[in-house]
Design a binder for this molecule. Structure first.
Ligand code: ADP
Length: 380
């Protein structure tokens, strides 16, 4: 709030206020405020007053501070920013949340957040500043710790991905041997083998093929986002390509596909295409028999992110299962009912997280599902 001081004294007296009491209280609050307070002359940037908190933090006495230029208090590393702050105070009467650094008497830095309000006379002329300097050392320390923790997490994720990659790569080798030798056995003894033995060999081959498929999908999962390059993605173009791939053999009487205008975003193109492809192919796979499939794809601009959605009128998912389906290899159906490995949505979750967003589903059994995900404007 702007402070105008002419007439203030008269008004307070006229209304019966105890000026001395008010001044004492104000003085106490000013001196003991948890923030550093300083008052600056707009004409020559000299310090007219400051509180005890500032004195304690910087290590100079009040006498040493008052009369000096305000720039005396700032660390040389932020002089140009400090000059900007002073100019803003003189020209606009305020500074809001500006990060600067003070210099203690021993030369060390104190990171601060500066807020300035001008004190004006009745003609609107700035008399001095009410400048509040908040010590944000703790915030900065926490920020650093958080950044370090994030870096550690990224390194650990990288190690895990490497592990998954190597493990799945190495697992394929013995599996291939099992399949090759079973094929050999089947060729050599196939006709002489009993029905039971033939069935067993068929099972081994089928199970190995399935395991190979699972390992391959795990390998794909570990490699999502491996190429860190992000580009401009026209989601309309990607959606069109995915739609053409999946729906070219469907007539319009069987599928009503409504695609709203989609945005251009910055991201990992191959992965983003896989995301849309997985969601759309699930809508196709888990459709309800006997009714035309209806799918609507939309994107809405929110405060700091895009909200994407894919709605279908398919078989739906019970409330209980809605979180589970995003886990690796979690499926709700047998393979002969609906084929798949159960990794598609785990891929989707990783891809959305790679872009700094979240994914979830709203669904009712027998009525349909809406898969939603967010992509922040400034994604990671
Ligand atoms: P998959 O399709 O290989 O089974 P996903 O990870 O893509 O694996 O999906 C996991 C499970 O989530 C599916 O098995 C299915 O039960 C459920 N699901 C996914 N998408 C839909 C959908 N659009 N409608 C109904 N159920 C779905």
């Amino acid at each position: 709030m702007e402070v105008v001081i002419d007439n203030l004294e008269k008004e307070l007296l006229a209304n019966g206020y105890d000026l001395r009491g008010i001044a004492e209280k104000y003085f106490f609050l000013y001196e003991n405020s948890p923030d550093m307070q300083v008052s600056v002359d707009p004409a020559d940037a000299t310090i007219k007053n400051c509180n005890q908190t500032l004195v304690k933090k910087v290590g100079y006495s009040k006498e040493e501070i008052i009369g000096e230029s305000i720039f005396f208090l700032y660390h040389p590393d932020c002089y140009s920013e400090a000059r900007k702050a002073f100019r803003s105070f003189v020209e606009t009467g305020r500074v809001i949340n500006m990060e600067l650094e003070l210099r203690r008497k021993d030369g060390s830095k104190i990171p601060v957040l500066l807020d300035v309000e001008a004190v004006k006379d009745q003609n609107g002329k700035i008399i001095c500043s009410n400048s509040c300097l908040r010590d944000i050392s703790d915030v900065k320390r926490l920020q650093k710790q958080l950044m370090r923790a994030n870096r550690d997490l990224e390194n650990r994720n990288e190690e895990l991905s490497q592990f998954a990659y190597i493990a799945s790569h190495d697992l394929q080798e013995p599996l291939r041997s099992i399949m090759n030798f079973t094929n050999l056995l089947s060729k050599k003894y196939g006709s002489n083998a009993s029905k039971e033995e033939q069935k067993s060999m068929k099972f081994i081959l089928e199970a190995s093929a399935r395991m190979s498929q699972l390992i391959k999908s795990l390998l794909d999962h570990s490699r999502l986002g491996i190429h860190k390059k992000r580009t401009q993605i026209d989601c309309n173009a990607i959606m069109k390509a995915v739609k053409d791939d999946l729906f070219s053999s469907f007539s319009e009487t069987k599928v009503h596909l409504e695609i709203e205008n989609l945005p251009i975003i910055k991201g990992h193109e191959t992965e983003f295409r896989l995301l849309l492809q997985n969601l759309l192919s699930n809508s196709l796979k888990f459709r309800k028999k006997g009714i035309p499939l209806q799918i609507r794809i939309f994107a809405k601009k929110k405060e700091n992110h895009w909200l994407f959605g894919i709605t279908d009128n398919g078989i739906g998912i019970s409330m209980n299962d809605q979180k589970k389906i995003f886990m690796i290899f979690r499926r709700l159906h047998l393979t002969d009912e609906f084929e798949g490995t159960g990794i598609g949505l785990a891929h989707c979750k990783k891809i959305v997280a790679l872009h700094g967003g979240k994914i979830w589903v709203d669904s009712k059994v027998d009525q349909g599902s809406t898969f939603c995900f967010t992509i922040p404007f400034q994604n990671l």
